[in-house]
Write a protein that binds this ligand. Sequence first.
Ligand code: CP3
Length: 346
Amino acid sequence: MLSSRAVNDLFLRTCRGEATERRPVWIMRQAGRYLPEYRAIRQKVDFLTLCKTPELAAEVTIQPVDILGVDAAILFADILLPLEAMGAELQFVKGDGPSFPHPVRTREDVARLRNPEVDETLGYVFAALRLVRRELDGRVPVLGFGGTPWTLAAYLVEGGGSKHFEHLLAWSYGDPEGLALLLDRVAGTSIAYLKGQIAAGAQALQLFDTWGGLLDLERWRAVALPPLRRIVDALKGEVPLIYYVNGGSHLLPALAELPVDVLSVDWRQPLSTVRRIVGPRVLQGNLDPAALLAPIPEIERRTADLLREGSGGPHVVNLGHGILPMVPVENAKAFVEAVKRLSLNP
Ligand code: CP3
């Protein structure tokens, strides 16, 4: 048994491309509604209050480490919080997800945004991180995270989630320089925010590009990449940096050149195919999140297939997107345990 002081740094060593005794595993959105212990806390406080109360945010961050035995913790927060710090009113409406009642759609709207002092406006995130580091005491590393400017703008411009992202895409064709001003402002705040997370103890950072796949390769390079590159260049060499894209198989030729430590991909292409395109990179992923709804023997078979697919180089095992709220906890646990059992190197 690991004592409470044992240090598990498998995840960080794999991010750096080192060969390890087995593969690390964690789950995107591992602190969330599929856990009864999370729902119990959410019955008492709303989502934003939970994010802004460091003791509670730290508690739910650690829940999946205790319950599932994952090899990394990810700070409990949300990618949209820095937009609120920039002055955009943010609400989470029960059942409907995030909402910005005053969307940003013009250059005048961009000019009204603030360049926030992150210690003042997002200090609760840093406080939660410091608590998590102290309470975990090295048991597993702690990941910080943010959204990419493109994905953050997707919510801010639409005013929330969207099916077609028509306002965002219309702006990107109609006034690309105006949209670039917004993306650059978001990049500036993101850099200060992510550096603050490192100062507060984040041992790796993941950038979520949930909507990067909306753009074709050429437009992704022209519109989404410049502000992303600004962030990557500002953070390079500090802590391992992971870039996650959903629906971005067609972007792989550009991602091959992105100087991040780890590329995290969705489940729509096998990892062996991804490796053929991006070359010798550390990969993260990519079990279909819906596979955790299967009977446990099927989850174990699919996990074994995933481990075979990922065996061509360093591999952080994860899902291809966030865990679904309907997943039974035993199924998530079976996935984590299967990785630990089946990925041992002789
Ligand atoms: O466990 C973890 O991964 C850490 C916490 C975390 C949350 N959101 C908590 C959350 C992380 C890393 C995120 C990232 C995030 N937030 C993304 C990128 C990842 C992805 O899924 O593509 C995006 C797009 C958001 C924005 C967001 N937050 C949406 C669209 C929603 C509503 C949809 C949903 O999944 O509920 C949220 C709410 C949210 N963020 C919840 C959680 C646990 C559910 C809130 C609740 O308790 O009701």
